[in-house]
Design a protein around this ligand. Structure first.
Ligand code: HEM
Length: 387
């Protein structure tokens, strides 16, 4: 009996949706329904840092935006650009605009991260991994210790840890940039996170992730054992990310960064092999090839990616990202393409998942979120089409 009641309810809901869709004027209602569905599936929506204890009325403009992004009510992508002439570095005009020096740094990064054929370089993938490893040295139980605080570069002992192998070159490069621009008042923590966001958008199809500056540096090593191991099981990995306020849906979205990665040290015999066939492009092929397999001599899937993709909390997201409309769902598009089925839309909850989850990552362990400045305008334009 109970079964038949829920079946009837499901059918009624389905019929209601079909009716709503039949009337273009009711698009808002459809959006509301999608949002409602989004709220009850395994999304990360916890507040972070000082936003937790500040009252909403105390939020700055940036604090309000970040709270909305974390709650899933605002996109984590930006379409803002510098609208005026960039003042010379070192001038009073540049000193007056917090983002000015960051524009110069972004130009330097762009040169290193874009290859001649327009795809992103090894330095770009390394910068994305570096920023994740700096921020992920935090959990709800470490309090104010660790997180996106620059310690991965500032504390040489972090670099000696096994999970950070392979980051030596990008750490050296980041130190070089820091030494070049430190006199303009930048922090290492911001520099590392800007590096990831510039690198991501340089990869064709990569999102323009909203970029905030003003983090504080902490020259103390983060606690060991907070970074994920490729040999761990799905349960432990999901728990590890939950302790960073990242739910399985968010983890599935973030793992897509492996769309652009290459492993060098995990399996030395197959060093240099990427995790999908197109490592220079920020596409959803990674999801498809992790689920369905890829040419063995060209792609190496990490055991953690394989095991997570099969977990019942992660699999539906992998399938949705790999399927029709997956690129838009994972990334950058304002709307689903017309051919996307109703079922995919229903299942897919919210859009632009990677950017939203990465904004969260970039703020782990940051306790002055309300005072940050939005410098997204310094990012290079996104490359929205790629064959
Ligand atoms: C379960 C979680 C994760 C595990 C176990 C994991 C593990 C790994 C491993 C073993 C490598 C190869 C390192 C090497 O041998 O050179 C790698 C590379 C990489 N990872 Fe992850 N990762 C995880 C999540 C993430 C996340 C969330 C991001 C970004 C948001 C990320 C970004 C990258 C990037 C960009 C690379 C490529 C680095 C390069 O090519 O130099 N990973 N990861």
């Amino acid at each position: 009996m109970r079964l038949s009641i829920s079946a009837t309810a499901a059918l009624t809901g389905w019929a209601l949706l079909q009716t709503v869709l039949g009337y273009p004027g009711m698009k808002a209602t459809m959006d509301e329904l999608l949002n409602l569905k989004a709220k009850d599936c395994c999304k990360s929506d916890e507040l972070l840092g000082d936003l937790v204890w500040l009252g909403k009325q105390q939020y700055s403009h940036v604090g309000r935006d970040i709270a909305k992004i974390l709650g899933g009510d605002l996109s984590g992508e930006s379409h803002e650009y510098y609208s005026r002439h960039l003042p010379p570095l070192g001038s009073r005009g540049c000193a007056r605009d917090t983002c000015c020096v960051w524009q110069y740094i972004a130009y330097d990064m762009e040169r290193l991260f874009r290859s001649r054929d327009g795809t992103c370089t090894d330095a770009a993938r390394a910068a994305i991994r570096l920023a994740f490893h700096d921020a992920a040295g935090w959990s709800k139980y470490t309090g104010r210790h660790g997180g996106a605080d620059g310690s991965i570069v500032l504390c040489p002992e972090e670099l000696l840890r096994e999970p950070n192998r392979g980051l030596e070159e990008i750490v050296q490069q980041t130190r070089y940039w820091y030494d070049k621009y430190r006199y303009y008042g930048i922090s290492m923590a911001d520099l590392i996170q800007l590096g990831a966001n510039v690198a991501t958008v340089i990869c064709p199809l990569g999102p323009r992730i909203r970029t905030f500056v003003g983090r504080c540096d902490h020259p103390y090593p983060s606690r060991d054992g907070l970074l994920p191991s490729p040999l761990d099981d799905a349960h432990n990995l999901i728990e590890l990310f939950r302790q960073k306020t990242i739910e399985p849906h968010g983890l599935a979205a973030l793992l897509g960064a492996h769309s652009t990665s290459k492993q060098r040290y995990f399996n030395r015999a197959r060093s240099g092999l990427p995790q999908d066939s197109t490592p220079g492009v920020w596409d959803v092929l990674y999801y498809y090839e992790t689920l369905h397999g890829a040419p063995k001599n060209k792609v190496f899937s990490l055991p953690s990616d394989l095991i997570l993709s099969e977990d019942h909390r992660i699999f539906p997201q992998f399938k949705a990202f790999a399927g029709p409309g997956g690129q838009e769902y994972w990334n950058y598009a304002e709307t689903f393409p017309p051919q996307t089925t109703l079922l995919t839309r229903w299942w897919c909850c919210r859009k632009q998942d990677y950017a939203r989850e990465y904004v969260r990552v970039s703020l782990l362990g940051v306790y002055n979120i309300n005072n940050l400045t939005d410098c997204s305008k310094v990012l290079p334009p996104a490359i929205l089409h790629w064959d």
